[in-house]
Ligand binder design. Sequence first.
Ligand SMILES: [Zn+2]
Length: 450
Amino acid sequence: MSEVGSFRFLNGKNTISKLVFIMGSHKSAASLWVRKNKDELISLLQDLVRIPSITGKEYDVQKFILEKLKEIDLDTKFIFPDINVLKNHDEFFETTSFVNQGYDNRPNVFSVLKGKGNGSSLCLSGHVDVVSPEPLTEWTRDPWGGEIEGNLLFGRGSGDMKAGIAAMVFAVQALKETDTKLSGDIFLETTIEEEDGGVGGNLYMRITQPKPNAAIIPEPSDYTIGLASAGVMYFRVVVPGFPAHAATAHFGENAILKMVPIIEALKNLNKERQKTISYPYAEWDPSMKGRATTINIGVISAGDWPSTVPGLCEIKCRVGWPPGETYKEVRDQIENTIMDVAKKDNWLREHPPRIEWFGWRARPHEQNPDHPFVKLLEDQVIKHIGRRVAFTGGAAGLDTRFFVHHGVPAVVFGPKAERIHSSDERVDLESTIKVTEVLVEIMTNWCGLF
Ligand SMILES: [Zn+2]
């Protein structure tokens, strides 16, 4: 767990007046170009939202991005994940979308803006996949419409994270259009299946592509700087029962009822963990106090007929936890909790529950806030936004972990979005423009002007 506080406040009159001065005077030609051409940025975002790209079906949007990057004269290519390369990596797991769809039609896009000197390199990385908009009845807008109302653009993936993708593409375009030459390389990549674990996406890129000196993922962060991600694992518990006619239920063993104390025990374990585990970056938002870790019971299935005693019950769960615990520690705790219940029950002692770990398996990460790249970003954000910068993260799994685990300092920094993964997802357009401006300044300051 980090010793560093989660907030940095700007306070005092001097700082504020200095800010006003800086805010008016620091902008580069490329950053001014962004502001002047903001309508083009917004229509790019609209185009991206209008191409559905639910995890597993990323091809069309990747093709669109490939063409767009070629249009702005970047050296760009598709990179298809190779399962034989991936499966030897210790962070590999079979994602659900890989199991269902494979990787054949699911390219990542990789693009380079070559630096003219020996400056530091930077990777701008974003995922193009989005979660399903279901249930559609909850939407008041077309999830693939990109409708604009005032300062908001609506649609599935508008915030998570097509606004970030539009921002990074447009930021690089701004450098090109204003003939701004950098000393270091810019790598720009759009990846697949982040929502599903990022294995064929960001992990594959880390294994196969050149290592940058720093990276930014413009996931929606409302201008906060994301420094950490959660560990995530999925598990299923299968409890056997014995089927019988409901009229003679005493001949059977009801698997649902056998599952109830297990659910209860997991609920208590969750409470206990939330009481004892805290993590400032995850709890920066007051509503997240005491919720840095969670065990979620996400799916339950059992039985198929009201007159039959169910012979099998299954739950599928997700455990998420901030940096501080290993896979094994978390796994042991959950397995022991379930087996303790089984020991106290005659039927379950003879017919023990089966516990399986499947799908998502992410190791938490934490980026050192004192790294010069983080300092530079913090500076730039303050200059552009003119308010406090919060350091956040650690409650959800993120692709940033792959960079940090591969020795690349990486942060999340992106626009303000609402209702991501929910109905009427939307993104704040002004924040999308501001994030684009900050990305321009980060590129020029980190990679150096040539
Ligand atoms: Zn995302």
